[in-house]
Structure formats: C-alpha cells, structure tokens
Design a protein around this ligand. Structure first.
Ligand code: HAM
Length: 432
C-alpha cells in the first residue's frame, strides 16, 4: 500500500467547509448588494497573467518575494495573480473604446501571494476590488470613502469601530523633499520604511534609513515628519503640489460626510499609487491592524494604452475582514440546515414522498429526502441532527386520505393536512 496522502490543504491556503462558507456567503452578498447600490458592475478575469504586468509597477516586495511564477509549455512566464489592479487596468485599456467613463467596476477574485502565513496573512485570499476609472474629480475619492462607510454599515459596524486613514503621496513626496531635504531618488526607499514604521521597532527603522544614505540629522527629520499634523504637513509641501491635492480638499473643505483621518504614515506598499492613498484600520485594541487599503493610480493603464485613464479604488481581503467581524462579534451565524425533510413510512410510498418534496422545493423550501432506507425513527433523528425545522411524514393511512403529517420538530407538535396544502402549512410552521 502506498502511504496515504495528507488531507491538509497546501500551506497558507484554506478549505471552506459548508458552515464557514455559509458565513462568508452571507457577508459577501451583503457587500455585493451595497456595492451595487452605488451602481458598480461586477467583472472577473483570469487567475494566470503574464508576469510583466506586475513587474512594471506593483513594487519590489510583491514581485521579488511574493509572486508565484510558472512557465507554461511554450515558455511563457506567467504569475498567479497576487492582486487584481493590473488585470483590471488591462481590461479597461482593452475595452476603453466602448466604455463610457466614469466606469464603476467591482470583482471578487482569489489572489495568491507567497507569504509567511500568520495572523491576517495567507497565501490565497479573496479580495473584493472596487474601482472607479476615468475620473480626475475629487468626487471619485469622496464616493469611494462613502462606499467604505456604507460597507461597514451593512455589516453592522459603526464608525467607532474602524478608521479610514488617508494620505496623499504627491504631498508626502514633496514634503519629504522639502522638510527632510531628500533627493527625489531617496523618497521611494523612505516610503518603504514609512510603510512599516508602525510594525517595526524604531531602531530598525532608523537603521534602514541609514542604509538608504540618510545621516542622523535627516533620520531625525524623517521621525519628526511622521508626527506632523495635517496643516504642518501641507505647509511642508511645495505650493503647486498643495493646490493639486484632493485629500487636502476633502479634509479642508469637509467634502466627506463621515470620519476620515490624515496619517503621514500611510504610503502603501504598491508602486503605482500616484496621489490619494488610504488604509482602513480596526481600532479595537485586540486587533489594531489594517483591514484593507487602496488609492489613486493614474498611470497603470499606461502599461497597455496611450489613452490616459486614471483609476481609484481599493482591495478588501476576506481574512482581515473576517478577523474584524470576529473581534466585534459581527459574524452572522451559519445557515446550512434544510428547512424540511420529507419521509415515508414504507418503500412503496417513495414516489408520493418525492412528489411532496417537489411541491415544497417549488415553493422555495430547502427540502431533503432520505437516500438510504432507514426506519422512520432513525430518519427523524437524522433530520433533527441536520437542523431541519419541519418533518413531513407520508404514512400509508394518511396517504389513503390524500393527506400528510407536518411536524414542527422544534415544538414537537404535528398536524395532518391535505397533501395539496403541504407548502403553505410548512411555510407557516417555518414562519412561527
Ligand atoms: P494590498 O494592500 O496589497 O492592495 O491588498 C489589499 C488587501 O488585500 C489587504 O489590505 C488585505 O485585506 C488583503 N491581502 C493582501 N495580501 C494578503 C494576504 N497575503 N493574506 C490575506 N489578505 C491579504 C492591493 O492589492 C491593491 N491592488 C488594492 C487596490 C485596488 N488598489 C486600488 N484598487
């Protein structure tokens, strides 16, 4: 005998058994519904993409360390998508001629990243992507933030549980140049240090700054930069950059009806973001971490087309979202039980049993019938174990009268009704 194969899924990936799947389905359907109330349309795309679409602009960490790369039989280098944004930029560029902008699109792909599995990080996650293409207006930002607040509302979370932290990479770039005195080519590596500022010890961050050629005085200024409030941060940036900032407009003019917090540490890890960047945090002391993030990327479609099509949106991962819901006890209960089981007293009544079941299914009742011929007692026990609320019994005597017994398993009450009325009787039992 060959050794048995392991039953555990590949490291960092997950099996979803029906109970968990039911919770996920309920959560995601609420999110889809809310996203659609804003007029977003759902799309999808391939799991495999040419490596080049990530190499150009997704950033070193993702490309060098996290990409699953494979070569197909014709020697093409492909990657399992680690994120959706380059794919959707490709699709938008390919179809730009027949789209009417602004385009509002959303998707729910699985994404693969070779990461060390840990809390909130896995190797395959499902990420809801919501993006607006073709709008330069600050109203695109405002709409995205309004949608984020609406998504939390639909999950039962009020704004005291989370925080949208926002920054503007354009302002941050200019402020770092002028406030710290960085050369333009030093800004990107400093962004990478800022991206991890809260996750790593201070000494490690300072060491990394030194590694990028910053002397102690410059490093001290970077540290002071991380503590700037918004007015000081804006003042540090060049006047022409200040005027362009949508984030400055939203915060200064109060354009968003809902909380939004400036944070100079939000720079985001992906290279393609050009101005607005944001991350949504759980504020609970038990789970103080980023739930999801996004931003504005004005040049990603430029990989595929000469037409300028700016985009703004976010990616919301299932793992961090479920952790948030768990922390705040907002997870819905699983709903995997059938509503009804239909049983018959003897094999000759199987045909009638199936007719009754068909009637119930037509009325939208989740109905199970036994596959193996166990006795009634045994089947009733199984029905209770499955969590069915109602059992319908087709007995020989009742059948002779054109009737069935409808039994409320929760209350141990039962009634005989005409077989033709079974759907309405079961319906009112379920509604009790
Ligand atoms: P990201 O910050 O790399 O952005 O990922 C977005 C979210 O996906 C994260 O905040 C997290 O919820 C989830 N996520 C990412 N990697 C993992 C992982 N290894 N395990 C579990 N969850 C993970 C992007 O991917 C951008 N493309 C989002 C975007 C869309 N920006 C604009 N539009």
């Amino acid at each position: 005998m060959p050794p048995l194969l392991p039953t555990a899924p590949y490291r960092g990936t997950r099996d979803f058994l029906p109970e968990e799947m039911s919770v996920r389905t309920q959560v995601f359907s609420r999110l889809y519904e809310t996203i659609e109330t804003f007029g977003f349309q759902r799309y999808d795309g391939p799991v495999l993409e040419p490596v080049e679409i990530y190499e150009a602009k997704s950033g070193q960490e993702l490309v060098e360390r996290q990409l699953y790369v494979l070569t197909d039989k014709a020697d093409r280098r492909l990657a399992l998508r680690p994120e959706m944004t380059p794919s959707v930029a490709r699709m938008i560029a390919a179809n730009a001629g027949r789209l009417s902008f602004p385009v509002r699109w959303y998707s729910h792909p699985n994404c693969h990243r070779y990461e060390k599995p840990q809390k909130g990080r896995v190797r395959e996650h499902w990420q809801i992507n919501v993006d607006v293409f073709g709008s330069e207006s600050v109203e695109a930002e405002v709409e995205i933030f309004e949608l984020i607040h609406a998504l939390f509302r639909t999950l039962g979370a009020d704004p005291s549980l989370y925080e949208i932290r926002v920054n503007d990479r354009g302002l941050a770039f200019s402020a770092l140049e002028r406030f710290v005195g960085l050369a333009p080519e030093q800004v990107k590596p400093v962004f990478q240090v800022l991206d991890r500022w809260e996750k790593l010890p201070r000494e490690v961050c300072l060491e990394q700054l030194a590694g990028h050629g910053l002397d102690a005085a410059a490093a001290a200024k970077v540290e002071a930069f991380t503590k700037l409030d918004f007015p000081a941060f804006v003042d540090a940036a060049a006047p022409e950059v200040r005027g362009e900032s949508r984030v400055a407009r939203i915060l200064n003019e109060g354009l968003l009806d809902g909380p939004l917090r400036f944070d100079p540490l939000i720079v985001r890890g992906l290279d393609y973001y050009t101005s607005t960047v944001f991350e949504v945090f759980d504020v609970s002391p038990e789970n103080r971490r980023s739930i999801f993030g996004g931003g504005r990327y004005d040049n990603l479609t430029a990989l595929f087309s000469k037409q300028r099509i700016p985009g703004i949106g976010f990616g919301l991962g299932d793992v961090t979202l479920m952790d948030f819901l768990e922390t705040h006890e907002l997870k819905p209960a699983p709903d995997v039980s059938p509503d009804a089981v239909v049983l018959c007293a003897e094999p000759s009544l199987r045909g009638s049993m199936k007719e009754v079941a068909a009637r119930l299914r037509e009325a939208g009742v989740k109905t199970v019938t036994p596959l193996d011929g166990g006795g009634l007692g045994k089947e009733l026990k199984k029905a209770a174990k499955l969590g069915a609320r109602v059992a319908v019994l087709v007995g020989a005597e009742e059948h002779g009268r054109g009737a069935v017994i409808v039994r409320d398993l929760a209350r141990s009450e039962q009634r005989e009704v005409a077989a033709t009325d079974v759907a309405s009787e079961v319906g009112s039992t379920l509604a009790r």
